[in-house]
Design a protein around this ligand. Structure first.
Ligand code: TPP
Ligand code: MG
Length: 306
């Protein structure tokens, strides 16, 4: 396995194992804030983190854990942050939904949907005014892209000729509502074309392929001072319960936040033997035995669960 590919595979596994350990903590009520795990989102976060260069800035949303981890946060740092301890990544002051880490390039994070799109536009404009280099990257979900700030920021990027990358993590859900239940389909490729932006669609959860495509898109955005929308098709793995009049104890739906009861660390790093699980994809590419050995080695370096 080439070193660069091995590094990406190790990172996908580190993110997965860290989130599985945090899931056990959530189930044990160890934390003081609502937490949105990102099981299934590992490949895009690892590829974005590897794509980023000096001066690049990332603006995240409520589901930001995978980017914080991919940009170097450790299990102990996020565990302590979620327990609001001074030893946490942000000194215990940010919690989960607003967790940023400017020193690692995560300039801003907001729990207000669409807010990071507007702030990222300001970050990109500030770079231009100050003559600074680097790309502004913003991550949003398929729900948050329904906010007007997506359209408004694309307009601003085109008007002021600002380089930017807008990553839409499309898991098909906004809280308990699927896209087809809440709105018409939106063709992001056509929206991008109408506003002078590029469009790239990523699927398949291969971090190496993602990194290659992101790197090309980054260079084009910087060379031509324009925006690129990167739509990533993925699944948020796990399950969630929502109380309804018919199901007062909670109806099982797609995972949104909190602990995911059906996912257990003892079952190994793979959640689903399907292509929407980045760890399953790694096992298909590199062999299950190799991935299990790597996972065991990484788990040994993370803090013991107790
Ligand atoms: C302005 C605003 N409206 C509503 C909410 C409540 N809310 C929090 S997360 C969420 C769903 C977000 O869906 P999406 O952007 O697709 O991200 P996902 O959770 O699927 O990763 C909603 C509606 C909010 N945080 N901010
Ligand atoms: Mg969504």
């Amino acid at each position: 396995m080439a070193q660069s590919v091995l590094r990406l595979a190790r990172e996908v596994l580190r993110l997965r194992l860290t989130m599985l350990m945090l899931n056990e903590g959530i189930k044990a009520k160890a934390f003081r804030v609502p937490i949105h795990l990102a099981l299934g989102h590992e490949s895009i976060a690892v590829a974005v983190a590897a794509m980023m260069q000096e001066g690049d800035q990332l603006a995240c949303s409520h589901r930001n854990l995978h980017y914080n981890l991919a940009r170097g946060a450790t299990y102990a740092q996020v565990r302590d942050e979620f327990a609001l301890m001074p030893t946490g990544l942000a000194g215990g002051r940010a919690g989960s939904m607003n967790l940023s880490n400017p020193g690692a390039g995560i300039a801003y994070t907001s729990s207000i949907l669409g807010n990071n799109l507007a702030v990222a536009t300001g970050l990109a404009l500030a770079k231009k005014v100050k003559g600074e280099t680097g790309l502004t990257i913003v991550v949003t979900g398929d729900g948050a892209m329904e906010e007007g700030t997506l359209y408004e920021s694309l307009q601003m990027y085109a008007t002021y000729r600002l380089p930017a990358m807008i990553i839409v993590e499309n898991n098909g859900w906004s809280l308990a509502t699927r896209i087809e239940e809440r709105r018409c389909p939106i063709r992001l490729d056509q929206m991008a074309a109408a506003l002078g932006a590029d469009y790239v669609c990523l699927s398949g959860n291969d971090p190496e392929a993602y990194l290659a495509k992101l790197t090309t898109a980054r260079e084009a955005a910087l060379a031509d001072s324009r925006a690129v929308i990167v739509e990533v098709m993925l699944s948020t793995l796990g399950d969630w319960r929502m109380p309804t009049p018919e199901f007062p104890d909670g109806k099982h739906i797609n995972y949104h936040a909190g602990g995911t009861p059906s996912v257990c660390l003892d079952n190994g790093p793979c959640v689903r033997a399907e292509a929407d699980d980045p760890v399953h994809v790694l096992a298909c590419v590199h062999g299950p035995a190799r991935v299990d050995a790597l996972a065991a080695e990484i788990a040994g370096t993370l803090e013991a669960r107790a």
